[in-house]
Design a protein around this ligand. Structure first.
Ligand SMILES: Cc1cc2nc3c(=O)[nH]c(=O)nc-3n(C[C@H](O)[C@H](O)[C@H](O)COP(=O)(O)O)c2cc1C
Length: 413
């Protein structure tokens, strides 16, 4: 493979131009998903697309936004639309932040760096997953903009402390603690395709994937130009080596994050903001506030953990009034596929939204160009929706004013 590296590098460079042309023609995030699905083999695509069990929550997250209806004010000409917002001292160009998405290096060479660069150029914040395949320092250098670090307790407390200290020194400005992964979600569909064989299978078992790899040669060449199977570069085990790409499930089972961990995490992280991700009820939102966190993400992990939970948009509507006046920022993720969805979440009181698949699809479709395109699409959709609503600033959005409560719209899940 080493001898093939220069050849694979040049084929990847050619492929990058080819896929960039496809990306340029995309008008919606769903178009980016379609391009990504053409580029990557089904077993890889499914990791990014899929959800837990029957995927009820994955679908509901999206459906909840589709069932909302606007109340526009017409005959309004806006000179400009205010889309900027300030989060923990950083001014961002749109109220959309990149959520932590693990293993980005599987869909694009040095995927985390490509994404971080594009996210910075798009004027947003990049959240780097604990399961990144690239060193935290390199991602931060590629971004040169605001970056947050997402933490699990993989490998135990000492391993987590090492990651926290590294992220601090590398200049990550907030810590995102994900609390919804006591065990990994049951990604039944992905598993039925043979997902675990790609990691732990014998050579003979892996050969079953050969036909789909052959049909997605462009991805395969790019993947090997980047060295093939990644390792978890920022989970440094006690022997000083990064954790190899393994069965994440066993690791997660052994390392659930609990509220008791918070004081010690705070001790190591210092005074920079801490965000709790995976809040799904008012009780946990209030607990987070009592623990003095700076923000929460109302999230069900994009429908990848417990299936049949409520879509995040509806949980947001319960939590926003409960946290009013607490000073805790409320973000939402799950199901955001368009700028219109983002506008709806803001009208319901979110301070900003996070996107997972929307930018991961962009990355899988065309690397840095694809991620930039995902943000460009969302930005345009937010701006157009605001103009059509006759609303000048995202800070003026309100459910009472800009959304309908008529029974047609109230025909909710
Ligand atoms: C492929 C994939 C990998 C993910 N990896 C992580 C992760 O490492 N850490 C984490 O906290 N959340 C992870 N998430 C969840 C996202 O941060 C986010 O909550 C979710 O994608 C939001 O839903 P959306 O994809 O509908 O936008 C992942 C999501 C996807 C789709």
């Amino acid at each position: 493979m080493f001898l093939l590296k220069p050849y694979l590098g040049s084929t990847h460079a050619r492929a990058e131009k080819y896929w960039a042309r496809k990306v340029e023609r995309c008008v919606t995030v769903d178009h980016l998903r379609q391009v990504m699905e053409r580029r990557v083999p089904p077993i890889v695509r499914e990791y990014y697309r899929g959800g837990a069990d029957d995927e009820i929550t994955l679908r509901d997250n999206i459906e909840a936004f589709r069932r909302e209806r606007f109340k526009p004010r017409s005959g309004v000409q806006l000179e400009a639309v205010e889309m900027h917002t300030e989060i923990f001292g950083d001014e961002i160009d749109l109220p959309v932040i990149a959520a932590p998405v693990g293993s980005l290096r599987m869909i694009w060479p040095r995927g985390e760096e490509a994404a971080a660069k594009a996210i910075k150029q798009s004027g947003s914040i990049c959240t780097v997953s604990n399961f990144a395949g690239t060193d935290l320092e390199e991602i931060r250098a590629a971004s040169n903009g605001p970056c947050w670090f997402q933490l699990y307790m993989i490998g135990g407390e000492q391993v987590a402390v090492r990651s926290i200290m590294r992220a601090r020194h590398a200049g990550y400005s907030a810590l995102v603690l994900t609390i919804d992964t006591a065990v990994p979600g049951n990604r039944a569909h992905h598993e039925s395709m043979g997902a675990s064989l790609t990691i732990g299978g014998t050579l003979i078992q892996k050969l079953r994937f050969a036909p789909q790899m052959w049909r997605h040669l462009s991805w395969l060449q790019s993947y090997y130009s980047d060295g093939g199977m990644m390792e978890f570069r920022n989970v440094i085990l006690d022997d000083g080596r990064p954790m190899p790409y393994t069965d994440i499930g066993t690791q997660l089972r052994a390392s659930a994050v609990t509220w008791e961990h918070l004081p010690r995490i705070r001790e190591h992280w210092g005074s920079r903001p801490i965000i709790i991700k995976g809040v799904q009820c008012v009780e946990d939102a209030c607990l987070a506030a009592e623990h003095g966190v700076d923000a929460i993400v109302v999230s069900n992990h994009g429908g990848r953990q417990l299936d049949r939970v409520y879509p995040t948009l509806y949980i947001l509507r319960e939590i926003v009034p409960a946290l009013k006046g607490s000073g805790v920022k409320v973000f939402l993720d799950g199901g955001i596929r368009s700028g219109t969805d983002a506008v709806i979440a803001l009208a319901h009181g979110a301070d900003a939204v996070l996107i997972g698949r929307a930018y991961a699809y962009g990355l899988g479709a065309g690397g840095e160009t694809g991620v930039r395109k995902a943000f460009t699409i969302l930005k345009k959709e937010i701006e157009d929706t605001m103009r059509l609503l006759g609303c000048r600033s995202i800070h003026d959005l309100q459910a009472d004013t800009h959304l309908r409560t008529h029974p047609f719209a109230a025909n909710r899940l």
